[in-house]
Design a protein around this ligand. Structure first.
Ligand code: CA
Length: 236
């Protein structure tokens, strides 16, 4: 756990129609601290990809309706998404691999695979793509734009000055893309799990809320007993 980027939860979309496989993958990746969503067909997966940002897609080729190859073509050509894609498939022929890479896959695993290998490859793919993109990476949610490299934040086109702690909270909230971030996760991210007081997070959250409100943002919703999430939906 020495690598600092491991503290940032990566988001992965699993596109797999066999629920048992999807759930095993989900458990293995959640154990890594990743945020995992599952789509069971290409259409719902494309919808999610258009709405939320993901760090990685695990894509099964044999799907009902639109198959994985066509979905990958749509991601790359129509949606212009550069998200790394790891293909998972029962087909092992060289021709299938050629097709997958031609369509824009980044890596390939043949079923049956060891979960540990999926996790290792997933980690490597995300790390590589982060290294390539982090300098220019912009996280966006609703009217918030967060420039990762220089740690600057714009709300609705106006730059907002934030303290270091506020920046880190906001980064996590934006990376979660409207999902709830738990108190434990935030305290882990801000203070390695040892906040200076029981109220520390609440008062940091209060400060960030005030700043966002002043900039005209809807702010942060409290989900009682669980955590917080950003208000204001990502435009569809
Ligand atoms: Ca399948």
């Amino acid at each position: 756990m020495s690598h600092p980027s491991q503290k940032i939860p990566y988001t992965v979309l699993i596109v797999e129609d066999e629920l048992a496989i999807a759930e095993n993958l989900l458990l293995a990746l959640e154990a890594e601290g990743w945020i995992v969503d599952i789509s069971r067909d290409a259409h719902s997966a494309l919808h999610r990809l258009g709405r939320d940002s993901y760090d990685l897609v695990l894509l099964d080729i044999g799907l009902p309706g639109m198959d994985g190859y066509r979905m990958l073509q749509q991601m790359r050509e129509d949606m212009r998404l550069a998200t790394p894609v790891l293909l998972l498939t029962a087909r092992a022929a060289l021709e299938d691999k050629r097709q997958g890479f031609a369509d824009g896959a980044d890596d390939y695993l043949t079923k049956p695979f060891a979960l540990e290998e999926v996790v290792m490859r997933a980690r490597a793919l995300v790390r590589r793509s982060k290294q390539l993109s982090d300098t220019a990476l912009v996280l966006e949610y609703g009217s918030i734009r967060y420039f990762v490299a220089d740690q600057r934040v714009w709300v609705g086109g106006i730059e907002v000055k934030l303290s270091r702690k506020s920046l880190r909270i906001l980064e996590l909230l934006v990376r979660y893309g409207g999902r709830v971030v738990s108190r434990q996760r935030l305290e882990e991210y801000l203070w390695q799990g040892e906040p200076p007081s029981a109220e520390a997070l609440r008062s940091q959250m209060h400060l960030l809320r005030k700043t966002l409100h002043a900039a005209g943002h809807d702010g942060i919703e409290t989900v009682h007993g669980i955590g917080w999430r950003l208000a204001g939906r990502q435009p569809e």
